[in-house]
Design a protein around this ligand. Structure first.
Ligand code: ADP
Length: 431
């Protein structure tokens, strides 16, 4: 029986929002991570993946619950982990060797020993010959190798990686993934477990032994999937693609709602995805062009979009009832088809009907403008209302997208300079 390295018990995390209400980010997270496991954490953007990783590292404390490392609760930072960040986090004034050595700063080792370890790690991460180079002389991929080296020199039991490949171009990322996998699978590093936050399902299925999928608002574990195919995995093989497909389906499943819960009857202030109407229109056209049902992961691949960018578009299309997701496939609804086939003007009418029927915050905004005799209102007024629900920053983003959608639907106009919204002429007439 493999030893449990990390135990997360009933972890919750809440942040106090600017309006003094508290936002729940993580809720009741229970995860055990054993020796020998390479675990990926997946979930929509902003769901709390990084927060969870930081809680494991002891950099953020949970509002509730405990983190055990080797059976003992962690106090302050977790001594068993080394961390690799997306944005390299190197010191520009230090050389590769000095940056790598930094990992051992807190250990009481002799300089000769530090040097020996540093040179061996630099060799391992493929930067032999670059010891004296400064970060600015290195490519993105090489910089991330230094980031990895700095974590590995500590010989941590657990390597935590927060989207380590997402700032790299595709080929560089592929190269580094394979090098890291080789170090891991051939046990060239003493690391006992790897936990990686990623927004790429394919990356998770390619590299890890287990994928933990989080929901959003708040994040709970909605799936914990073993990935048992031996390395090296073939991305074209059906066992690989069907697993990618399955995870896509899990990530999008929670979005299937019956008309009762998405309809405005409930008046729930649901956030709108940050997808401009133009992008949404293009997306609907593309699905129409592709024919009946399309596999979500193939579509994401075709559009060359990763999860972070792709899920919001899918979710927006669903919110507006233009598309339906089932079993990892997306297909257009009847209105979605009508929209794809319609003229520019008819599209605007269909879009207007959809936003007013299915987007409660748009309905509220239009209702407020209607109820004013001059049919206009400062942007700030809405921002303040929305801030109570979403916090100030998100309220601004919501306003931007509502203005974009409202303009496209010819529901509202917006005076950029005065920051005032008006009800469009036709909308006032139609009451
Ligand atoms: P992910 O890594 O899945 O994209 P994060 O863990 O970065 O998500 O963030 C989850 C949510 O927590 C986001 O809505 C973010 O705005 C919020 N959040 C993160 N850190 C803080 C903080 N220090 N104060 C308030 N909210 C925060």
């Amino acid at each position: 029986m493999k030893k449990t390295l990390i135990e997360l018990n009933q972890i919750s995390k809440r942040y106090i929002l600017p309006n003094q209400t508290s936002g729940s980010i993580l809720e009741d997270i229970n995860i055990n991570i054993k020796e020998g496991e390479f675990v990926s954490i997946l979930g929509p953007s902003g769901s709390g993946k990084s927060t969870l990783l930081r809680i494991i590292a002891g950099l953020v404390s949970p509002s509730q619950g405990t983190v055990l490392y080797n059976g003992k609760p962690i106090v302050s930072t977790n001594p068993g982990v080394g961390m690799v960040f997306q944005s390299f986090a190197l010191f520009p004034w230090l050389t590769v060797l000095e940056n790598v050595k930094l990992g051992l700063e807190n250990k009481s080792l002799k300089e000769a020993e530090i040097m020996r370890k540093a040179l061996s790690v630099i060799d391992m991460i493929g930067l032999d010959g670059f010891e004296g180079a400064y970060p600015k002389e290195l490519s993105g991929g090489m910089r991330q190798r230094v980031g990895l080296g700095r974590a590995l020199i500590m010989e941590p039991d657990i390597l935590l990686m927060d989207e380590p490949f997402s700032a790299l171009d595709v080929l560089t990322a592929e190269n580094l993934k394979n090098d890291l996998l080789e170090l891991w699978t051939e046990k060239k590093i003493p690391t006992k477990s790897i936990i990686m936050v990623t927004h790429s399902i394919e990356e998770a299925v390619y590299m890890s032994d287990r994928a933990i999928v989080l929901s959003k608002d708040p994040a709970r574990v909605i799936a914990d999937i073993p990935i048992t195919m031996p390395h090296w995995r073939d991305k074209q093989e059906s066992s690989f693609t069907s697993l990618v497909d399955r995870i896509y389906s899990i990530l999008t499943k929670k979005e299937i709602k019956s008309p009762d819960t998405t309809g405005v009857q409930k008046k729930k202030m649901e956030k709108v995805q940050q997808v401009p109407a133009g992008a949404l229109t293009g997306f609907i056209e593309l699905i129409a062009d592709l024919g009946q049902k399309v596999d979500l992961y193939k579509l994401a691949d075709q559009l060359n979009l990763d999860l972070e960018d792709f899920l919001p578009i899918v979710e927006a299309a669903q919110m507006l009832h233009f598309a339906l997701i089932q079993h990892g496939d997306i297909e257009l609804t009847e209105v979605g088809h009508q929209f794809a086939d319609a003229s520019v003007l008819d599209r605007k009418i269909l879009f207007k009907e959809s936003v007013l029927s299915y987007i409660p915050i748009m309905e509220k905004l239009v209702w407020i403008l209607h109820s004013k005799s001059n049919h206009k209102m400062e942007r700030e007024f809405f921002v303040e209302i929305f801030a109570k629900h979403f916090g100030a920053k998100e309220a601004e983003l919501q306003m931007d997208i509502l203005i974009d959608w409202g303009r496209y639907a010819e529901l509202i106009s917006y005076d950029e300079n005065a920051k005032v919204l008006f009800l469009d002429h036709d909308s006032t007439a139609s009451g």
